[in-house]
Ligand binder design. Structure first.
Ligand SMILES: Cc1ncc(COP(=O)(O)O)c(C=O)c1O
Length: 394
């Protein structure tokens, strides 16, 4: 059975816009990638990795260490630089296998990408030490971890570069970040995407929320939305925009590759506004609460086991990952019920053999992820948990 035969998700797969974005913005207490000293705002996480590699002047002679447990979006930027890609192992707790990394380092190794999987932090100190010893650039991949601490430091501050994928945490169509605490990033010049794209980014975020009836009852909001729509429409008519630029990067429509035309583009005004007005503490708390509710519900279920038993104090999960026995049976059953379930590393690079990393191969099939985002309403969460319970006891 192929993906296109599955019905659409019955509950929102990702965060939606609601009235919480229109309140007063308070200083947030939760550590996040926004705390890193220097940042630029891009259209995606993969564009940010590409920009980091370009800023570090990575050439085809250079080797880049990438985790064997990955998605294509993490590999595509290295291919864009035509560098040699070397995959390293992860352990069954998704932590970096440092011994394997050591054996993979050569005199050509210039970069290592380390991922905080599903929002759960890696201990970066030993890796950083290794990087300093071998003069290797550390890219902290915070695509799954917008919030949190790593070895007591805000997420994103330990790496020479850190990248974020804001669309995984916020109700936006596109948005990524490239940050650095030790490089000023000033030589990276981004151009503003076209007005057509600005309009698409805005309308898409609003439409997604309207689809799940999140904005319907807010008169104030509706006025606001109509004003935005009218203003954008008038501007578009006035400027008579026509351009060859594709309307949006494929990263925003579920694509895995890297659109070169979108690497040097900045985030839309709308996404940036949302990023600046998001109630981060509330988002973090809701995600943590939903995570814990799912954990309790799945604790004694047969045919699955929770990947991370503990939710550390500052961890804010991207999704809820579960190890599932018989994935070929349960994945389609869940999908057919309209549950938004997916697998982050479903399609690994063909270079990943059991010798390279058996855990990655196993996890690419067996780790399912369920949403735990802030926009899930209690009845939606209950519905999903009941369906999951029913299916896993079959
Ligand atoms: C671990 C990881 N890093 C980087 C990326 C790239 O992020 P984006 O989709 O914003 O390009 C992804 C995308 O899913 C990812 O899962």
């Amino acid at each position: 059975m192929t993906a296109q035969h599955f019905p659409p998700a019955k509950i929102p797969p990702s965060a939606l816009l609601d009235s919480s974005f229109f309140g007063t913005v308070e200083k947030t207490a939760i550590p996040s990638i926004l705390d890193v000293k220097n940042s630029i705002f891009t259209t995606s996480g993969r564009a940010s990795i590409a920009l980091a590699l370009a800023d570090a002047q990575i050439t085809p002679q250079d080797e880049i260490l990438i985790p064997a447990y990955h998605c294509e979006a993490m590999v595509a930027p290295a291919k864009w630089r035509q560098s040699k890609i070397v995959f390293y192992r992860i352990k069954s707790d998704t932590k970096v296998d440092l011994k394997d990394v050591e054996t993979k380092i050569t005199s050509n190794t210039r970069v290592i990408i380390v991922t905080h999987y599903f929002g759960f932090e890696q201990d970066l100190q030993p890796i950083k030490k290794l990087c300093i010893e071998h003069n290797i650039i550390l890219i902290e991949d915070c695509a799954h971890a917008m919030f949190g601490l790593s070895s007591g430091q805000p997420i994103g501050t330990t790496g020479d570069y850190a990248i974020g994928s804001c669309m995984k945490f916020l109700p936006i169509y596109e948005g990524g970040m490239l940050c650095s605490s030790n490089r000023n990033l000033k030589s990276i010049e981004l151009t503003k995407p076209s007005l057509r794209f600005q309009a698409k980014s805005t309308v898409n975020a609003l439409e997604t929320s309207l689809k799940f009836h999140r904005l319907g009852s807010f008169g104030r909001l509706i006025n606001f939305l109509l004003k935005i729509k009218d203003t954008l429409w008038q501007t578009i008519k006035r400027t008579g925009i026509s351009s060859n630029e594709s309307l949006g990067p494929s990263s925003s429509d579920g694509g895995f590759g890297l659109d070169e035309a979108w690497i040097y583009k900045s985030m839309s005004y709308f996404s940036y506004w949302i990023l600046r007005h998001a109630p981060m503490d509330e988002i973090a708390e809701k995600r943590r609460n939903n995570y814990q509710a799912i954990q309790t519900a799945l604790a004694d279920l047969p045919n699955c086991r929770v990947l991370f038993e503990n939710l550390p104090e500052h961890t804010v999960p991207w999704v809820f990952p579960v190890y599932v026995k018989h994935p070929e049976k349960y994945f389609p059953l869940l999908k057919m019920q309209g549950i938004p379930v997916w697998r982050f590393a479903e399609f690994l690079d063909p270079a990943i053999t059991p010798e390279v990393c058996a855990v990655s191969i196993e996890y690419s099939k067996h780790i399912f992820q369920f949403p735990c985002h802030q926009s899930l309403q209690p009845d939606e969460l209950d519905w999903m948990l009941n369906e999951i319970k029913h299916i896993f006891t079959k």
